[in-house]
Design a protein around this ligand. Structure first.
Ligand code: HSE
Length: 432
């Protein structure tokens, strides 16, 4: 049986998961593949910390070139994350004729074009199933299972840390900081949790999915990104009273003319299947002209779930290579990608949940509803809670009918200038 030598760069949580899977599931992998993928070298800056997996002597190195320049290594797995030096390592691996498997969504979202064309030129495979949704086979689904479909929307919960925090705040009524700390302790959050809670990690992932689904290269800077740091326990409670859960959604919709791509917290009805996707789980909803809707749910992070996606990609590359199929499926799903215009955020329409903090005095509601009316925004329902005992105002929350984003933003600016409004108002979009 052919041995296929693999080089691993980055021996962290996922790297250890990959080694464990290749060792403990070696028999089933060989039975399915007819070949034996084995780790030839592992490069990491730290080669002394115990990872809980057995590695043969001489395999670990702190010198990444021992992986990149080893002529026997056919596939390089990049698991260090981030833009650089990951980009340089991946490009050098390709230059040296090696296929690449990566879980690095930041890298592909930002430098995807460069990396995919370098690999195409050399006829090499790039596997990145682990980059979006961990164990959820969303890349393979879009590229292969739904290859004939015209997509109209790809959206979902693609950040486990943010979902964990919002779920915990909803179910245990705890505050943001407590929930974030627990997510970090459990190893879900990125090294810098800002990317998770500010929506950047979700933006990386939706950029990748947008490119695959519609064949449109998209630059990260064009995505409207809002995180979950402004969500308060009060928002979550009021959302519940209106029959909604708050989730951080990555949204990419295509109406045949332009793409509407954004990341922000959204209220979804409690009865929606994604409303009950909680904790670190991810869910991705795919809509198209042939199967209408499909929701894939699974573990979006973690050593073995993400490791399984990495090893699955390795096996696909080996399978292609064993039958001389080269890169059977185009990495970016389309033979050629071409730009598609993006919708300006000002143009979108949605229902909205609005939160104000107001002085508890007569006439407040008339002033606020007057401004909303002037901007063609119609109120659907509202709740005012408590009495203003400490002079800090009372929360006033309302749901408004489908409105234009720019009208809502303009109305909020005007409302925040009222002397009866204490502090900045907040909006959460509703996705039904
Ligand atoms: N930090 C990411 C998350 C890990 O929380 O989902 C997987 O990309």
């Amino acid at each position: 049986m052919k041995n296929v030598k693999i080089g691993l760069i980055g021996f962290g949580t996922i790297g250890a998961g990959v080694v464990k899977i290749l060792t403990e599931n070696a028999e089933v992998i060989q039975q399915r593949l007819g070949a034996s993928p084995c780790i030839g070298k592992i490069a990491d800056l730290d080669i002394t910390t115990e990872r809980g997996v057995r590695v043969e002597s001489g395999v670990l190195t702190t010198n990444v070139d021992e992986v990149l320049d080893d002529p026997e290594i056919e596939i390089v797995i990049e698991l260090i994350g981030g833009y650089e030096p990951a980009r340089s390592f991946v490009l050098k691996a390709i230059q040296n004729g090696k296929h690449v498997v990566t879980a690095n969504k930041a890298l592909l979202a930002k430098h995807g074009e460069e990396i995919f064309s370098a690999a195409d030129e050399k006829g090499l495979g790039i596997g990145f199933e682990a980059a979006v949704g961990g164990a959820i086979p969303i890349i393979r689904s879009i590229r292969e299972a739904f290859a004939a479909n015209r997509f109209s929307a790809i959206e979902g919960i693609v950040n486990g840390t943010a979902n964990y925090i919002l779920s915990k705040m909803s179910d245990e009524k705890c505050d943001f900081q407590t929930a974030l700390q627990e997510a970090q302790e459990k190893g879900y959050a990125e090294a810098d949790p800002t990317f998770d809670i500010e929506g950047v990690d979700s933006a990386h992932k939706i950029a990748i999915l947008t490119r695959l689904a519609y064949g449109a290269p998209i630059s990260l800077e064009e995505i409207t990104v809002e995180g979950i740091t402004s969500i308060t326990p009060e928002d979550i409670e009021c959302a519940g009273e209106f029959g909604y859960r708050i989730k951080l959604l990555a949204i990419s919709k295509y109406d045949g003319q332009a793409i509407d791509v954004r990341v922000h917290p959204a209220m979804i009805p409690v009865g929606h299947p994604m409303a009950s996707v909680n904790g670190v789980l991810n869910a991705i909803r795919v809509c198209d002209d042939l199967m209408e809707e499909n929701i894939l749910v699974g573990h979006g992070a973690g050593s073995l779930p993400t490791g399984s996606a990495v090893v699955g990609d390795v096996m696909e590359i080996v399978r292609n290579s064993l039958v001389g199929a080269g890169t059977r499926v185009p990495a970016q799903s389309f033979q050629k990608t071409a730009p598609i215009p993006l919708k300006n955020m000002d143009e979108i329409e949605s229902e909205y949940f609005l939160r104000f903090r107001v002085k508890d005095v007569p006439g407040v509601l008339a002033k606020i509803s007057g401004i909303l009316g002037n901007h063609s925004i119609s109120i659907e329902s509202m709740i005012q809670r408590g009495r203003d005992d400490n002079g800090k105002g009372v929360p006033l929350v309302m749901m408004v009918h489908r409105s234009n984003e720019k009208n809502v933003q303009d109305a909020l600016i005007e409302i925040d200038r009222l002397d009866v409004v204490c502090g900045k108002s907040n909006l959460i979009r509703v996705e039904n």
